[in-house]
Design a binder for this molecule. Structure first.
Ligand SMILES: [Zn+2]
Length: 409
């Protein structure tokens, strides 16, 4: 089966995850794809296959016989679920062959058009074959392209015993899109020295830096008095909250930052005279700058408490950390992926992620885990598409990584 056949099969499963429940998997339908993949692993002759009640599927491709020296066990991971942002039910994928660089009408009736005017990155794929939606759902290339690539690469290694490789583990997990993909991931059971998530976008993407992240809640307690008699008595919580927000640097917000620049992001606010709250997320790639930002919040809190007599409470919650500090000391993990790409003519594009990944959480659970492209674009919406040629390259990259590990060991 080709990577395309596999992909078209997997997107026929609706695996949308849900932010509103606490169970894992968040939606039972994710288990159906996990079960289908389990059967596929069995049919391929993989061993050590496990599927737990939380829809984490793992399997092993045993090492080639008689490798001379011990070879590290490595893994490849992709996620089963699709984004809660848009429906993934009744996906009707269509293949646009030999893309000509013009508008692609996804849905004539509803006038939904995938246009290079809106998405100039389309033009980098002229001459390629693109899989698109019918404009009513997302496609699910995030991350079923990743699943299809891993399964196809494993089958390729089975069919080509002349390629010598070590033990390879694969895992498919639920609920990545709601930030819970790593939460019940059994790193010890997976048993790899390192792994790669196949969950990036554009061909060439290789990511191992993400934000350090925390959320902060500011709660201001006011004192309400009849406004006619409020002199020297009233404390207006809403105004004190505004003062708090005004003391944070205006240029360090998401709308003014890019690359390695961190920010304070006001995600929500409520306020009356009696009580006001501000909700922030705080992000920075640099650990020291990140700590500095949290300190800054505390300083503003202290300043206002000094003026208004202990009215502001600050609650900080750590969310995730930059995996760079785990991955970078083990340069070979990145070098291997880079070499695997350049060997098939793909130029590695290394950029910091302005967000988090499951790989970051896995890295801190003891499994260093950079992210490699799966080839899709415009994730989480109706304009999502994937290039067949990019998917084929991703398969070759996985095969090469498997092939290069014993040579590197
Ligand atoms: Zn994804």
């Amino acid at each position: 089966m080709t990577v395309v056949n596999r992909f078209l099969n997997y997107v026929s499963f609706d695996t949308q995850s849900s932010e509103t429940v606490d169970t894992t998997p968040s939606t039972a339908k994710q288990m159906l794809l996990a079960q289908a993949l389990k059967a596929e692993c069995e049919a391929m002759g993989l061993i050590e296959i496990s599927l737990d009640e939380h829809a984490y599927l793992m399997a092993t491709l045993p090492p080639s016989p008689c490798t001379v020296h011990p070879v590290p066990t490595i893994g490849f991971i992709a996620h089963l679920d699709t984004s809660p942002d848009m429906s993934g039910k009744n996906v009707k994928p269509r293949i646009v062959e030999n893309y000509d660089g013009k508008d692609i009408v996804l849905n004539e009736k509803e006038n939904i058009v995938l246009s290079p005017k809106m998405f100039p990155e389309l033009l980098q794929h002229t001459g390629e074959d693109l899989i698109v939606t019918d404009g009513t759902t997302l496609l699910g290339a995030d991350d079923k392209a990743g699943i299809a690539e891993i399964m196809t690469a494993i089958q390729y290694l089975i069919d080509h015993p002349e390629i010598k490789h070590g033990k390879i583990r694969i895992a498919f997990n639920p609920d990545e899109e709601i930030g819970m993909g790593a939460s019940k991931f059994d790193v010890a059971l997976f048993g790899c020295e390192w792994a790669y998530t196949m969950d990036g976008g554009e061909i060439g993407e290789l990511e191992y830096e993400n934000f350090n992240a925390a959320s902060a809640k500011v709660i201001v307690k006011g004192l309400n008095v009849h406004p006619g008699y409020a002199k020297n008595k009233m404390r207006n919580a809403g105004l004190i909250a505004m003062q708090f927000a005004g003391m944070l640097p205006a240029t360090e917000r998401p709308e003014h930052t890019e690359g390695y620049e961190g920010f304070f992001h006001l995600t929500g606010m409520t306020g009356t005279v009696e009580e006001a709250t501000l909700s922030y997320i705080v992000r920075d790639h640099d650990r020291n700058k990140f700590e500095q930002r949290l300190k800054q919040l505390q300083e503003v809190t202290d300043y206002l408490n000094n003026i208004y007599n202990e009215v502001v409470k600050l609650e900080i919650k750590q969310q995730y950390r930059n995996m760079r500090e785990i991955v970078e000391p083990q340069k070979h993990i990145i070098e291997l992926a880079k070499n695997a790409m350049t060997a098939v003519g793909v130029t590695p594009i290394i950029r910091p992620i302005r967000g988090g990944t499951d790989g970051a959480q896995l890295s801190f659970k003891g499994l260093p885990c950079p992210n490699i492209f799966a080839g899709g674009l415009n994730f989480h919406g109706r304009y999502e598409f994937v290039s067949i040629q990019s998917m084929e390259k991703a398969v070759e990259v996985i095969v090469n990584i498997a092939k290069f590990v014993p040579l590197q060991a």
